[in-house]
Design a protein around this ligand. Structure first.
Ligand code: CTP
Ligand code: MG
Length: 234
């Protein structure tokens, strides 16, 4: 079963604050995007990748990925949802035989192959939508507008969501066709059309590089090939 991965990489990286698209930020000499796309292809279960680039930097992004002929680059949009939609729109031309689609943030450049493989396997085994998740380790409280605590949420039933998120391609197409507004989470669009979303175990190394702190972790730990933590809660 052919698998295509969509990689939204058109964000501006405002929170990272380096004045360049986050996908192009190098970590120990290699961009987050190159690391993310190579990681998808190296997992052994993804045949095609469609990258949504900042619209004014499509050529630069294509050059960045020149060593990976399975990667195609399209202009992204102003919101992540737009970028995913624009990438999804070209799958019919790029990989018409694809039946499974992943959506994977360029910013999660250090996602272990095992997570990618687990997501693909679960979709191939029949789940319409699959997301990697981690337990929440902080105590979570609900607060009101005045900043006073209303209640403590039972964290045992909470999960933090990572990517790649995996879908039967018809399901993602239907979810995007029905989606009118902005969503940060592709699986959330499937939920809105009544689709069932299954979870598999995520991994701490699949963190989204968002802030300078995250980038420092990536440089000092992830890119250095340090032993991987298990993600077990203490
Ligand atoms: N993304 C995208 N198109 C957008 C906005 C975001 O393809 N219009 C992508 C980003 O490139 C990133 C992923 O979606 O790979 C997750 O977004 P985020 O972490 O928010 O990245 P940025 O939007 O670049 O960061 P910031 O919000 O700090 O500007
Ligand atoms: Mg953003």
């Amino acid at each position: 079963m052919s698998v295509v991965a969509l990689v939204p990489a058109a964000g501006r990286g405002v929170r990272l604050g380096l004045g360049m698209p986050k996908a192009l930020v190098p970590v120990n000499g290699e961009s987050l995007l190159l690391r993310a796309v190579r990681g998808l292809l190296a997992a052994g279960c993804v045949q095609h990748v469609v990258v949504a680039a900042p619209p004014d930097q499509v050529e630069l992004v294509a050059a960045e990925l020149a060593e990976l002929p399975a990667a195609h680059v399209v202009p992204g949009g102003s919101e992540r949802t737009d970028s995913v939609r624009l990438a999804l729109d070209v799958v019919e031309q790029v990989a018409p035989e694809a039946r499974v689609v992943l959506v994977h943030d360029a910013a999660r450049a250090f996602t272990p192959a095992s997570v990618i493989q687990d997501v693909v396997r679960a979709v191939e085994q029949g789940a319409p939508a699959v997301i990697p998740v981690l337990p929440v380790s902080d105590t979570i409280k609900r607060v009101d507008e005045a900043g006073d605590v209303v209640s403590t949420v039972d964290r045992a039933e909470l999960r933090a969501v990572q990517t790649p998120q995996g879908f039967a391609i018809d399901v993602l197409r239907e979810a995007y066709a029905a989606a009118g507004d902005i969503a940060t989470d592709d699986a959330g669009l499937v939920e809105r059309i009544g689709g069932k979303v299954h979870t598999v175990a995520g991994h701490p190394n699949a963190l989204k590089i968002t802030t300078a702190f995250d980038l420092a972790i990536a440089e000092s730990v992830l890119a250095a090939g340090a032993p991987q933590s298990t993600g077990e809660l203490a």
